[in-house]
Ligand binder design. Structure first.
Ligand code: AMP
Ligand code: GLY
Length: 423
């Protein structure tokens, strides 16, 4: 099978790596890392006609769209209209991520537990609401903001300034409508379900680390590291996620004429009492969660994606984790997330340490030297039989990569380690 992965970040490198185990892979536009397991093509994810032409030129059987932006812009619809098979939701179904206001409506209708909220498109009204509500609270841009559109505010004053910044254009059109949401206490969990709209296959659970700094301090980022699987996500909990979150959401989307196919990502908060709430839905794999989940799944991802995209009778293969744990440490540019500094030369180890995978994200090598070209630069994944082995491998690799001002967390997986100590 010949597969095209659209995108060029760490998630897409992980997808190329996973799919290249059983298929011939292309990546558009890719990055210097995807070139190790795929053929990079020059087309941009924004150029829908160019992507369709590349698919025909390279005799691609299946296209897998990685990031949310091309999904929200209707790339899958464009390809389907041209008779080309693509894995990922249509534009209408991708609204589950592209509009937080829409996602909340779907959840309310489907009876899916989520935080109480209100939406606003008028600044004065939002500020009045904030003044009348309990601290802490979360202020969110409704549209796509590269994972950075949610601000957790411990005071009303912070919430007011976050809301004003959004109305003032901090996230462009994405912040024209905002949500003010009840703060949920608990532990976050990322769960990915592959689905053809009817059947689902739950992948191993993972946990992201959104804050920039150790101890979960500092600003929210796209994600500074992840591990999988998460022991908090027992089989019983995952069954509840399937029946209380994923299935009702799929049914409601289908009822609205937007049946969902692809991977549905539920970002959950698990309260100290074990109650679950949806923090957000995404219409794609998480980044950096993909860099820990894809390396530990036992199934043939290419076959599953092909069947889902074909609308054929898909019977999910068991996505059993291959008795492995994965930990990923993201290496970010200095100044990330607000103003990442680009251009520094990167030195990679001549040989990767054992049981590690290095996924590229914000790198480029157009002038013959590998350089920093984005906020999240590389992702150092370590694999092991247990958390401590995987963590040690990830740290070894993270330390072996050098560039000026490298920013990374040293406490990825701290909740899991604390849980293991406590038990
Ligand atoms: P979102 O953009 O909705 O995914 O939010 C990004 C991050 O902000 C989440 O992963 C959480 O860490 C945090 N967050 C969002 N909403 C809430 C909430 N209602 N309560 C607590 N934390 C939240
Ligand atoms: N790591 C969070 C996300 O991909 O949205």
């Amino acid at each position: 099978m010949r597969i095209l992965v659209v995108g060029g970040g760490g998630r897409e490198h992980a997808l190329c790596w996973a799919l290249s185990r059983t298929a011939t892979v292309f990546c558009a536009p890719g990055n210097p890392g995807t070139r190790q397991c795929a053929t990079n093509l020059p087309e941009s994810a924004k150029d829908h006609a160019g992507i369709a032409a590349a698919i025909r030129r390279e005799h691609v059987d299946l296209t897998v769209v990685g990031p949310e932006a091309p999904l929200a812009e209707g790339l899958v619809d464009h390809l389907a209209a041209a008779g080309l098979r693509a894995f990922g939701p249509t534009k209408a179904a991708a609204r589950i991520e592209a509009s937080k206001a829409f996602a909340k409506e779907v959840m309310a209708r489907a009876g899916v537990p989520t935080a109480r909220y209100n939406t606003f498109s008028d600044e004065a009204e939002a500020l009045r609401y904030i003044e009348a509500h309990e601290e802490p609270m979360v202020v969110k841009a409704s549209g796509l903001a590269a994972g950075k559109g949610a601000v957790v505010c411990s005071t009303r004053a912070e919430a007011c300034s976050a809301a004003s910044a959004m109305f003032g254009g901090r996230f462009g059109a994405a912040g024209k409508t905002i949500l003010v949401e009840q703060f949920l206490l608990g532990e976050e969990l990322s769960v990915f379900a592959l689905t053809d709209g009817e059947h689902i296959s739950m992948l191993p659970s993972s946990q992201d680390h959104k804050r920039l700094g150790d101890g979960d301090l500092g600003p929210n980022t796209g994600g500074m590291g992840a591990y999988a699987p998460v022991s908090l996500a027992t089989e019983e909990l995952l069954r509840r996620v399937a029946s209380e979150v994923i299935r009702p959401t799929l049914r409601e989307l289908a009822n609205r004429g937007a049946p969902y196919r692809g991977v549905l990502y539920a970002g959950l908060m698990i309260s100290p009492d074990g109650d679950l709430s949806v923090v957000e839905f995404n219409c794609r794999f998480g980044d950096p969660e993909a860099q820990v989940v894809l390396p530990i799944i036992g199934a043939d991802l290419a076959e599953d994606m092909w069947s889902i995209a074909s609308g054929e009778n898909w019977s999910p293969t068991a996505m059993i984790a291959a008795n492995q744990t994965a930990v990923a440490t993201v290496l970010a540019a200095p100044g990330y997330p607000d103003a990442p500094e680009k251009g520094a030369a990167i030195t990679l180890p001549t040989e990767l340490p054992e049981h590690t995978l290095l996924f590229h994200a914000g790198t480029e090598d157009g002038d013959g030297t590998l350089r920093v070209s984005g906020g999240r630069v590389l992702c150092a994944t370590g694999l092991g039989e247990d958390m401590s082995a995987a963590l040690a491998a990830s740290r070894r690799l993270a330390a072996a990569v050098e560039f000026s001002g490298k920013v990374c967390r040293s406490d990825i997986g701290w909740r899991e380690i604390a849980r293991a100590r406590a038990s």
